[in-house]
Write a protein that binds this ligand. Structure first.
Ligand code: NAD
Length: 335
């Protein structure tokens, strides 16, 4: 079985090139979402505790099965640990044989950014050039680069309650050709913006955006509200926007729509991708992608990384699964 660790992911992304990797991932996501009906889908299984959540996210089609283990613990950075950590596996459906075991903390950031940008390609104005980030933690650079694959992003405005997180973001983004504008609060950050990504971490109902901050024509990519009791937007914003979700049975208890109920939902993302529903229809609409993260996105990124690892001969084969001449002689492995 192939093991893909953090260094392997780094090598794969480096070899492919960050922007090319993100573009390829967006194509992979699009293709998988086009085949939405072929997947056996289920809401993730969540284990909640006082400080966070641990989730298992399985999905399969007729060929592959994947799952991801992921946590969300907003206070972890105080302990020098990431808020979100993940790992996952891809298996063959015909035999059940595990094909690869992979780090997925970086892959989660990549796939979350890629699905945000893909949703944005249907929901944001085509000429969007100003991106706002509220929250400049672990996901923020990935979000910026993914949107830049779909839009001519010239300016990034940002705000985080933690100044160190903004300094870190500026350092990482200085190698790219964006105008970076640090803001004193979210109100200033969202002004004159085309795309707003909210990506904060707090295990509570926060109000990062209120209706008076929302201008006509904006696309809101709500990413940080992804758990029961953990939201970022004022209820009225959700009620008045064109709301698109990933998988309604999961989002109804985890997304911004836990505040409103399902009646505000316009459609699931796959319906936009298949052309069954129209995305943005004019430049005044306020659109919202109520992102919580769905197992199909993990399936897509795992599949892509597994293919690239084989193509580039990256990763380590280890004996995690028995591979003996006589499959019935399991005991023989111990003598
Ligand atoms: P992180 O802890 O690295 O960063 C979060 C940042 O938000 C921190 O820098 C923190 O200071 C900032 N913040 C908290 N409250 C704020 C506020 N009121 N205003 C401005 N900034 C504020 O976490 P991360 O890995 O970047 O993840 C961010 C969020 O996104 C988490 O809530 C996580 O659960 C969620 N997430 C969602 C998906 C998805 O698919 N929807 C995927 C990954 C992560």
């Amino acid at each position: 079985m192939l093991v893909i660790d953090i260094n392997n992911v780094k090598d794969i992304v480096k070899k492919a090139g960050m922007q090319s990797f993100l573009k390829e991932l967006i194509i992979q996501l699009k293709n998988d979402f086009l085949n939405w009906e072929e997947f056996e889908k289920v809401s993730r299984v969540a284990s909640h505790s006082a400080k966070g959540v641990i989730e298992l996210m399985p999905i399969s089609n007729k060929v592959f099965y994947s799952y991801k283990y992921v946590n969300g613990h907003p206070k972890n950075p105080i302990l020098n640990k990431p808020t979100v950590m993940a790992m996952g596996a891809l298996s063959h459906v015909d035999t059940g044989e595990p094909l690869c075991l992979s780090e997925m903390t970086i892959l989660t950031a990549l796939r979350t950014a890629a699905i945000s940008a893909l949703a944005g390609s249907y929901l944001a104005k085509k000429n969007s050039s100003v991106l706002t980030l509220v929250g400049t933690g672990a996901q923020s650079e990935f979000q910026s680069l993914a949107f830049a694959t779909q839009f001519n992003i010239k300016t990034i405005k940002y705000f985080d309650v933690d100044e160190c997180a903004m300094i870190k973001f500026e350092k990482n983004m200085s190698q790219y050709d964006f105008e970076l504008i640090r803001c004193k609060d979210s109100m200033q950050a969202v002004k004159n913006s085309d795309i707003i990504t909210t990506i904060t971490a707090d295990k509570t109902n926060q109000t990062i955006l209120t209706t008076n901050m929302i201008e006509k024509g904006v696309f809101i990519n709500g990413v940080g509200g992804d758990c029961p009791g953990k939201t970022e937007l004022q209820k009225e914003i959700v009620e008045n926007a064109k709301v698109v979700v990933e998988y309604l049975p999961q989002t109804i208890s985890e997304g911004e729509i836990q505040q409103t109920g399902a009646e505000v939902v316009y459609c699931e993302l796959y319906e936009l991708i298949k052309g069954e529903k129209k995305g943005r229809v004019n430049s005044d609409e306020i659109t919202l992608f109520d992102s919580v993260g769905f197992a199909l996105e993990d399936f897509s990124v795992l599949k892509l990384v597994y293919d690239l690892a084989q193509q580039y001969d990256i990763g380590k084969r280890i004996d995690l699964i028995p591979n003996q001449k006589d499959p019935k002689n399991l005991f023989g492995l111990l003598i």
